[in-house]
Design a protein around this ligand. Structure first.
Ligand code: ADP
Ligand code: ZN
Ligand code: MG
Length: 630
């Protein structure tokens, strides 16, 4: 019963399985009485159609026995075996997915072959141990005396080196400002003379700041690729080891190797793992981390700006970094890599569509519009998921529907079989219609994109999804009127349950809606100055107590104010709830008709929904002709 746009990304292991399985479809084990047992692909098809009754996995032999409804016969289920060997690594994922869809999964250990495997297993362990010891011994005696094998830090080079990254600026899209800033770095690497001739010092370090998946690593690789220099990379978390001194020795090692191959790029991912503010924290600092950081600073100071090494570091939290890192001569350039805007997403989609077969009905611009909040990595993943869906549906190209389904999978979760007709289904239908109708009728709400009562693996029984307002998303500016309408829409589900089924019958299905509404209204009161308490900020955003600071000033208001905040929040919520109720009551005929249609059709898109509403009420101006999306 989610009524909002979610951008959390749930990877769908199931989809990955399907991609694998389409390539490899041998059948092991004959099914009794069937000439051609279904292939793995057909099995997945049956899963999707909700025809599979139970699966018994025999993971020793790598087969599964499937019991499925057979439309060809009258009620006798079809029983067949499928080969699981090609997907061995993902059997647990498969199990989880099947279970999530309510399919019985059993494990069976077959007797035959077990004894032999047992013997092999028993023999294997001592043999492996011996071989291991042999190598350990050989390494320590051959490599310059004993102790070599124990010389961690040095012997285990934990950084990666790529002589050629093969990434070009063309592969990075949608983050134009960052790209432009960094274009210059390529020139530093390629033609340092141009700068040194006029006495300019080439910068040593660039700090890329931005959320995960926005293309920081990609950008660093593109710089190396464009300049044609090697790319050394290490992650900050790999510097930080249990043993004091190991991190520092890794830093030394890394810089030594890099100097040998200059000009080059050193990329330090997650630099916040080492570069946190020193001396912060309760009960003293972390010696190891400080040593590593000091070593890093020493190394950066130790080489001249013109040796041709440029260090690029990435983090999503610049605020926690030690200020010493940001001094001139160190990471003195900061480049922000933000989540892409609508236009940026369109560009990124174009890049990733290059190697995909898209059908003519796919409109990348519409997809960009439907994916606010997606970072580059999410968009790349989206197109890949869509391609997997297309392959599984045995199409030769990716259709708009595949992309649409992939967006829903990523944002809301896998679909589950629809509920059987009954009270729950009716209740969910009314609940979602409540959200959807308010979204349609309220002047300041984003219009409806679609409403559905097909449940999702995330636990949502259905959802009503708005078309987000791109301009608002990009600017991050939300008006008070918009927020209030959003709260009213959020109450639509509960209000509809209440009106139609009675207060005694309202359900827990609205708890997520209530939580969101409460948190939004609280912020209106305490952070945005949008209540009768006046234009003042009472709480800092994101008020976590983070090591070392920020304890004392937790609440910046008196108990008296605290009580008034609670009272304001409650008042606004109550007003919004009453508004939701009264609009739905006024449109009770439309509500019934919409719910009936939704029960029958299970999904309605915005257009269809609005055309029904129009028979009963006048649509507000904003809903007259919204852009049609997929
Ligand atoms: P970060 O380092 O910021 O977490 P990555 O650079 O590792 O993100 O991005 C992961 C993948 O996502 C990239 O390899 C690329 O396929 C895709 N990607 C991310 N951002 C972009 C972008 N701006 N343009 C094109 N592809 C992108
Ligand atoms: Zn809801
Ligand atoms: Mg990265």
């Amino acid at each position: 019963m989610k009524n909002h746009w979610q951008s959390t990304c749930k990877r769908t292991a199931f989809a990955m399985l399907i991609g694998l399985s389409l390539m490899q479809l041998p059948i092991v084990g004959a099914a009794p009485a069937y000439a051609m047992p279904p292939s793995y692909g057909e099995f997945l098809q049956q899963v999707e159609e909700g025809r599979v009754l139970s699966v018994t996995i025999d993971d020793r032999n790598g087969v599964a026995e499937v019991k499925a409804e057979d439309p060809a016969t009258d009620g006798t289920p079809q029983v067949y075996k499928i080969n699981l060997i090609p997907i061995r690594e993902s059997i647990t994922d498969l199990t989880q997915d099947l279970t999530a869809r309510g399919i019985d999964v059993d494990y069976k250990r077959s007797g035959d072959g077990g004894a032999l495997m047992g013997i092999i297993g028993n023999l294997l362990l001592p043999v492996l141990l011996l071989v291991g010891l042999f190598f350990l011994f050989r390494r320590s005696s051959a490599g310059g005396g004993p102790g070599q094998a124990m010389n961690f830090g040095k012997s285990r080079a934990r950084f990666q080196m790529e002589a050629k990254t093969g990434v070009k600026f063309d592969d990075v899209a949608g983050i134009e400002e960052a790209k432009e800033e960094l274009q210059e770095v390529v020139t530093f690497l390629k033609k340092p003379e141009r700068f040194t001739a006029v006495g300019a010092k080439i910068p040593k370090g660039v700090l890329l700041v931005g959320p995960p998946g926005t293309g920081k690593t990609l950008l660093a690789k593109a710089i190396a690729g464009e300049a044609g220099v090697p790319f050394f990379s290490i992650s900050g978390s790999e510097f930080v080891e249990m043993f004091v001194g190991v991190g520092a020795s890794r830093v030394r090692d890394l810089f030594k190797k890099a100097k040998e191959s200059a000009p080059c790029i050193i990329f330090i991912d997650e630099i916040d793992a080492v570069g946190r503010q020193r001396g912060a924290g309760i009960g003293g600092g972390n010696d190891e981390r400080e040593q590593t950081l000091n070593q890093l600073l020493t190394e950066m100071d130790g080489f001249e700006g013109n040796t041709g090494i440029i260090i690029i570091a990435a983090t999503n939290r610049a605020d926690v970094l030690d200020s010493a890192l940001m001094r001139p001569g160190r990471f003195d350039r900061q480049v922000t890599v933000d989540r892409p805007s609508f236009k940026g997403r369109h560009e990124i989609l174009k890049v990733h569509a290059r190697d995909k077969k898209l059908s003519d009905d796919v409109n990348l611009e519409n997809i960009a519009r439907r994916t606010p909040g997606f970072a580059g990595a999410d968009l790349a993943n989206l197109l890949n998921e869509a391609a997997i869906l297309a392959a599984r549906r045995q199409q030769l190209e990716i259709k708009d529907k595949d992309i649409d389904d992939a967006i829903d999978r990523i944002t809301i979760g896998l679909t589950k079989p629809p509920l059987l007709d009954g009270k729950s289904k009716r209740l969910i239908a009314y609940h979602e219609v409540g959200h959807a109708l308010l979204m349609t009728l309220l002047e300041n709400s984003d219009p409806l994109n679609k409403v559905t009562i097909i449940p999702r693996s995330s636990g949502a029984g259905g959802f009503a999804q708005p078309i987000p307002n791109e301009e608002q998303m990009d600017s991050g500016l939300y008006s008070r009127a918009w927020m209030l309408d959003r709260v009213v829409v959020g109450f639509g589900g509960r209000a509809a349950e209440d009106i139609v089924f009675g207060y005694g019958e309202v359900t827990t299905g609205a708890s997520n809606d209530l939580q969101q509404n409460t948190s939004l209204v609280r912020q209106m009161v305490t952070r945005f100055g949008m209540s009768d308490l006046g234009p003042l900020m009472l709480e800092q955003p994101n008020q976590e107590v983070f090591l070392g600071g920020g304890w004392q000033n937790r609440s910046e208001y008196s108990e008296d104010i605290a009580a008034r905040i609670d009272q304001q929040v409650r008042e606004i919520l109550e007003r919004c709830y009453q508004k939701a109720r009264s609009i739905l009551l006024e449109n009770r005929d439309a509500v019934d008709r919409l719910a009936e249609t939704l029960i029958e059709r299970e999904t309605l898109d915005g257009e269809e929904f609005r055309s029904i509403v129009e028979e009963y009420a006048t649509l507000p101006e904003k809903a007259q002709l919204p852009p049609k999306i997929a």
